[in-house]
Each structure stands twice: as structure tokens, then as C-alpha cells.
Write a protein that binds this ligand. Structure first.
Ligand SMILES: [Zn+2]
Length: 490
């Protein structure tokens, strides 16, 4: 890599466009100190890890709203800075399992295994016992079974019980056999007697194949025989009834949106986004999410401040700049999905989304080039041939980072392109650039804390986004949409 350096410098001097002194003046507001001050709040204990539809998320939203207000940005959603969207979470109100008149207790003898809570009364007259339920090229536990519309029972070992992932494939095989439901024989499923709550979800849908954990005792009552290695894989008739009633809790989360109106092109938009939610806490352990995505949220707030300062000195952008921090990202890109399904600004007139998710750290696996001076831009090779050209020109003019595009490789197994909020914009045809630093040992751990953030490098990366946004908000034409979005879905 080093040998390429002189060549790169020549390229830089050839490509560099004239520096915009005005942009440079206001980019100076993006300092490591200012970023640190804001991130200390966002990734502080007070915000409790910012889980969607919890108190911590609401505190973070209030802080962001307050910042947008102070900067005199306009509220994005008809007079409000927070765009609400519904989130649902089921809780079980009643659950019973009756086998030939014998009652088994919820949370002691059986429990829900899937992420969704099924509802209703299931009459079970036949069980297809599939042993471990292995179905691959060398072994098929389903050979002699009739599974269509029957309840399939599979077993997991004590070792496997530690991780759902270890037997996930076998559950899929059971569900795909056409089963009415799947019973997983396990003695160590979570036995929590408090009100059982399902995972939150964005869009209500029916549970296709109900999945339950059942104790060995209940399982043996169901097929009326002992369960061990030698138990015959066959259909057993039974007389059982499983009944589940649930209550749907209506929760809410928000995207926080501040708007800086443009001038002669004000009905065209440049979006700058990041997600402000993270994983919350487990028991009393806080997942701070300083890098993920406290860093991106802080970046959006600091850029908003820099652009507002420019406005105060009479330098309004030509296009309207929309600063949007979304929630629900960690749950499955919910906030951006909701926004792009219910856009407040015309998506066809949205020139670009610059999305920032994790820009405060150094990828420990990056053992080439200058690891203290890089960023991974992702998605510049899709939808618009303007993206990469502008990025290079801006970077060569102002920031001189290594723009490492290795994650644009469609064969990269990480599939980062599909894993943050820009994807929902791209899916609707809006060109995007995703700015990213790579993952690290603290990714999605409570140890993703502020002391590990490299604010000097972060400020440089944020400046790259700032200058890019400045250019895209002020150039004559919107970005052209001349490349196909990779047809592959996430
Ligand atoms: Zn994350």
C-alpha cells in the first residue's frame, strides 16, 4: 500500500476541486471536543442503552429534539420534531396444556419457543415424533413420518439447550415439513414465572408455525411412552389441547427530524441519518452503544450545528437538508422502514441519504494501510454513478482519508449494505452512502463505551460527510439515478 502513496497524491492533486472557503469555515465546528460532549450524553448511563419503545429511547429523543430546537431547525413532522410510529409487543394472559385430562403449567412444563406468540386453542390428535429432527443429505428423521398438518416433536440435548442457534436448522426443517406446530423437548427452556412478553414487532402478522418448548415429562405424556435415543420415529395418537390467550400491548417509538430549509431548490432534499436506538439493558447491565450508533447520532447533531451556523451567517443550502435520527434500527431497521413507507418529503425529490452508523472506532482487523485514517464507504457503487465521483473529489479536496471500499464487494459475507437504515432509502430508489468503521470486539456488547472512541478520527470522518452534504445540497442537479440497485434483497 505504501508504494501507492505518491501515485495517490498525484491523483489527489489532479482531481481536487477548488476548496470552498465557506464550507471550510463552518466545518470547523466539527471538533473532537464538541463530539465528545454530545456523545457523553447520548452514550451516558442516563439513556439506559436507548432501547426502542423504552424510557431510555424517549430520553434520547428528547435530547435530540431539544438540540434541533436550539439550532432553530424546523420540526419535520407537521409541527413536531418527533415522528411517532406504532410498535407492538404481545404478553400472554392465559396458557394451558391439557393431555388426557392432566393439566400442565405454563413456564414450568411448556413455553413459547418462537419470537411470535400464537393465539387460540390447538387440538392435538397426533404427534409425529422425529427424534432429533435431522434432515440433511446423509440422514432423514422424517423418512417414515406423516407430518402434514400434524404436530412435530423434536428433541434437543442438554448441550444444545444453551443456544437456540444450535438447533435452529432442525426447527426450520420441522416447520417446513408442513407441520401444524412444533414441540421442542427441552428441560432447560427459560422458566420465568413473570408475565411472558414476546419480542416487539413493527407489523402485526400471524404466527405461521407455532413453536413450543415442552418438558420431557409433558412430552412423554403426549406420546405415552418414554423418550430416549431409541424411541421410535413414528406418528403417535394423543388427546391434547393447548390454549394460549394474549394481550397486544400498543407501544410507540419515534424518529426525530429537524429541517434546514433550502433556497432556490428547497423542494429537493438531502438526508443525513443515523440511528439513536441501541440494545437497552439486560437486567441492570447497560449496553451503551457509544459507537453503535451513538457516534452516528452525535455526528448528525454536530453537522446540524455546523449547517445552522452557516445559515446564521447567511449561507443557506440550496436544497433542504433533513437531519433525521431514527429508532428501531437494532430491532430490524424499523424507524427507516416506517419513514420510507410514510415519507414526509417526496422520495423522488430526495437526492441522497448519507447514513452514518458506527464511525468512532478503528477496525482491529484492518492490518493494511493507515488504520488511523480511513473510513469504509458502502453503497456508492449503486443507484448513482455520481456518488463515488463526488466522494473522491470531496475527500481529495478536504479530508484525505483512505476511502476503503472493500465492503462494496457483493460477495462479502458480512452484507453490511443491507444492515443499516440507508437500505430502506435505497430500496425506494434513493441513492445512498453508508459511512462505517467496521466491527470490533465490543460490537453489541456492554463494553461499547465512550472511552474507546477515537474522537480525532471520528471528527475527520464527520467532516467528510459534512463536505459531501454541503456539495450535494448546493450542486446544480440532483444526483442522477443511472445504476440499478443490486436486485438481491436482504
Ligand atoms: Zn447495532
Amino acid at each position: 500500500m505504501k508504494k501507492l502513496l505518491p501515485l495517490l497524491l498525484i491523483a489527489a492533486s489532479l482531481n481536487a476541486s477548488a476548496q470552498n472557503k465557506t464550507a471550510e469555515k463552518f466545518a470547523a465546528a466539527i471538533t473532537p471536543e464538541a463530539l465528545k460532549t454530545k456523545l457523553s450524553v447520548i452514550a451516558g448511563a442516563e439513556m439506559e442503552g436507548r432501547e426502542t419503545a423504552t424510557e431510555g429511547q424517549r430520553k434520547a429523543a428528547a435530547y435530540i429534539e431539544d438540540h434541533f430546537k436550539k439550532l432553530k431547525l424546523l420540526p419535520g413532522d407537521s409541527g413536531k420534531y418527533q415522528m411517532p410510529y406504532p410498535v407492538y409487543q404481545d404478553s400472554i394472559t392465559d396458557a394451558a396444556f391439557d393431555v388426557s385430562g392432566k393439566k400442565f403449567a405454563f413456564a414450568t412444563d411448556f413455553s413459547i419457543a418462537g419470537s411470535g406468540i400464537p393465539q387460540g386453542t390447538f387440538t392435538i390428535g397426533n404427534i409425529a415424533f422425529a427424534g432429533k429432527g435431522i434432515k440433511d443429505s446423509t440422514h432423514n428423521d422424517y423418512d417414515s413420518l406423516d407430518t402434514k398438518q400434524q404436530w412435530v416433536m423434536i428433541t434437543v440435548s442438554a448441550e444444545e439447550e444453551k443456544s437456540f442457534r444450535s438447533f435452529y436448522r432442525r426447527i426450520i426443517a420441522a416447520a417446513q415439513s408442513g407441520a401444524a406446530g412444533v414441540l421442542i423437548v427441552s428441560d432447560n427452556f427459560p422458566k420465568d414465572n413473570s408475565v411472558y412478553k414476546g419480542r416487539m414487532y413493527l407489523k402485526p402478522s400471524q404466527v405461521k408455525t407455532p413453536l413450543f418448548f415442552v418438558s420431557k415429562q409433558l412430552a412423554e405424556a403426549l406420546i405415552n411412552t418414554g423418550i430416549n435415543e431409541n424411541t421410535a420415529r413414528k406418528n403417535y395418537s394423543t388427546t391434547a389441547q393447548l390454549q394460549i390467550s394474549k394481550h397486544i400491548n400498543n407501544l410507540q417509538s419515534t424518529n426525530v427530524i429537524g429541517v434546514l430549509p433550502g433556497t432556490d431548490k428547497k423542494s429537493q432534499y438531502v438526508f443525513i441519518t443515523a440511528h439513536y436506538d441501541h440494545l437497552g439493558k439486560q437486567d441492570s447491565v447497560i449496553y451503551y452503544g457509544a459507537d453503535d450508533d451513538g457516534s452516528g447520532t452525535t455526528s448528525v447533531l454536530q453537522m446540524a450545528e455546523a449547517f445552522a451556523k452557516a445559515r446564521d451567517k447567511g449561507h443557506n443550502p440550496r436544497r433542504t437538508i433533513v437531519f433525521m435520527t431514527v429508532s428501531g434500527e437494532e430491532k430490524g431497521l424499523w424507524g427507516s422502514e416506517y419513514y420510507t413507507d410514510h415519507p414526509l418529503f417526496n422520495l423522488d425529490s430526495t437526492s441522497v441519504d448519507l447514513n452514518i452508523d458506527m464511525v468512532g472506532r478503528i477496525d482491529p482487523d484492518r492490518n493494511y494501510g493507515d488504520s488511523t485514517n480511513y473510513v469504509y464507504p458502502i453503497g456508492e457503487d449503486k443507484l448513482s454513478s455520481d456518488l463515488m465521483r463526488i466522494s473522491d473529489s470531496i475527500n481529495n479536496t478536504y479530508t484525505h482519508l483512505e476511502l476503503d471500499r472493500k465492503f462494496n464487494d457483493p460477495n462479502d459475507p458480512n452484507r453490511f449494505y443491507y444492515r443499516s437504515d440507508h437500505y430502506n432509502f435505497a430500496d425506494k430508489g434513493v441513492p445512498i452512502i453508508f459511512y462505517f468503521n467496521g466491527v470490533h470486539a465490543d460490537y453489541h456488547r456492554p463494553t461499547d463505551t465512550i472511552d474507546k472512541i477515537n474522537f480525532g478520527l471520528m471528527a475527520k470522518r464527520v467532516k467528510l460527510v459534512f463536505y459531501t452534504a454541503w456539495d450535494m445540497a448546493n450542486r446544480d442537479a440532483m444526483l442522477k439515478r443511472d445504476l440499478p440497485l443490486n436486485a438481491e434483497k436482504r
